[in-house]
Design a protein around this ligand. Structure first.
Ligand SMILES: [Zn+2]
Length: 209
């Protein structure tokens, strides 16, 4: 990588920290900044980057990304607040919302359980989910976590906790727990699923508890 001034080298190294950006793409992006972009655009890009990092936090209720304490979805009174869809990351919420196939509320986990990476149930915010189910009037919890090994481990763990809630619940009204249908190909990232597939997977969700 000789021949680059230091500032360009630093920029290339920064771009390489982005997902899917290797050496070549990083160099191309750096040249785009140097030769194609106006000074104003570069400044607003760097402002946007800072702003997004400083202003984005996690919704106190569902853990989705937001600029406020509570996100727009949790604040939306027109949505069905008795159904919670549990997803693994904010990207999944964005995808569900883009495809407009779901009108309930969400809960976003911090990660998936992965013993190999030393990520246990206590690391992924499950406690907040359980508290919410206990404290709010929830009819149904839909688990929409991808069926990888980590995803399955996480779904089964949550399922067990929800079953315990149902066992200790003495009233007739039990919590319905369902999982989206696994017509979704194994290991596919949720963001690559089209709206019809997801709509069918939601409609075809299986009651598991
Ligand atoms: Zn929220």
């Amino acid at each position: 990588m000789t021949g680059y001034p230091d500032s360009v080298l630093n920029l290339i190294e920064s771009f390489k920290k982005l997902p899917g950006i290797g050496e070549k793409s990083a160099e191309r992006l750096a040249f785009a900044v140097i030769t194609d972009m106006e000074k104003d655009d570069v400044e607003s890009l760097s402002e946007d980057l800072k702003k997004v990092k400083n202003n984005i936090k996690h919704c106190k209720i569902c853990n989705h990304i937001t600029e406020n304490e509570i996100c727009n979805i949790c604040n939306d009174k027109s949505r069905d607040s008795k159904t919670i869809c549990v997803v693994e990351d904010p990207k999944s919420v964005i995808m569900f919302e883009k495809l407009a196939v779901y009108n309930g509320k969400y809960f976003v986990l911090d990660n998936l359980i992965s013993p190999l990476d030393k990520i246990g149930p206590e690391d992924i915010n499950i406690e907040n989910l359980i508290n919410r189910i206990k404290n709010e009037e929830i009819d149904e919890v839909i688990l929409a976590i991808k069926p990888t090994i980590e995803g399955e481990t996480t779904s089964l763990y949550i399922l067990k906790l929800l079953e315990e809630i149902n066992i200790s619940n003495k009233s007739d009204k039990k919590l319905i727990v369902s999982r989206i249908a696994h017509g979704i190909p194994l290991g596919v990232d949720m963001e690559y699923i089209d709206s019809l597939t997801l709509e069918l997977a939601l409609q075809d969700r299986k009651k598991v508890s």
